[in-house]
Design a protein around this ligand. Structure first.
Ligand SMILES: [Zn+2]
Length: 146
């Protein structure tokens, strides 16, 4: 009897893993099909968890990093709520996006180099300590608007 229960438990566990693996693969295929999505660069593999707790920045920094990862901040998206035109970077006249501020803007390059040197969003959220990203944004004077 005990052996039967153990075998059933193992079979249930294997079935659960197979179903979970199948569902994850379907989600991943759908995600991969959305190639133009800006979130792809930050999170190409859905199973990965980018939340890094305990970096010393506290709740405010965690919230800011989450907003930066999804590309939705007050600084860059508030125009939607205000029913205004999308803002342009005051420094270089490009569209004002999270990616532009963190990676692209040539006018912020000198400030950016003081905090990190990665050139894409994927590496930024994996290799750079969140406090360095926060420091960069504070140096630019925009951290409070994230
Ligand atoms: Zn710019």
């Amino acid at each position: 009897m005990k052996r039967y229960r153990t075998e059933r438990r193992i079979a249930r566990c294997i079935a659960r893993q197979n179903v979970s693996g199948y569902i994850n693969s379907v989600w991943q295929k759908n995600w991969d099909a959305e190639g133009a999505n800006k979130l792809h660069e930050v999170l190409p593999n859905l199973g990965e968890d980018l939340h890094r707790r305990g970096d010393g920045g506290g709740r405010k920094q965690e919230t800011a990093m989450c907003r930066l990862r999804v590309g939705h901040t007050w600084l860059t998206q508030s125009y939607l709520l205000k029913n205004e035109e999308q803002p342009f970077c005051y420094a270089c006249d490009s569209l004002y996006t999270v990616r532009h501020i963190l990676i692209e803007c040539p006018d912020f390059q000198d400030t950016r180099k003081k905090y990190f040197s990665v050139t894409d969003m994927y590496r930024l959220f994996r290799e750079v300590n969140p406090s360095r990203i926060a420091g960069y944004l504070k140096d630019l004077g925009v951290y409070g608007k994230i």
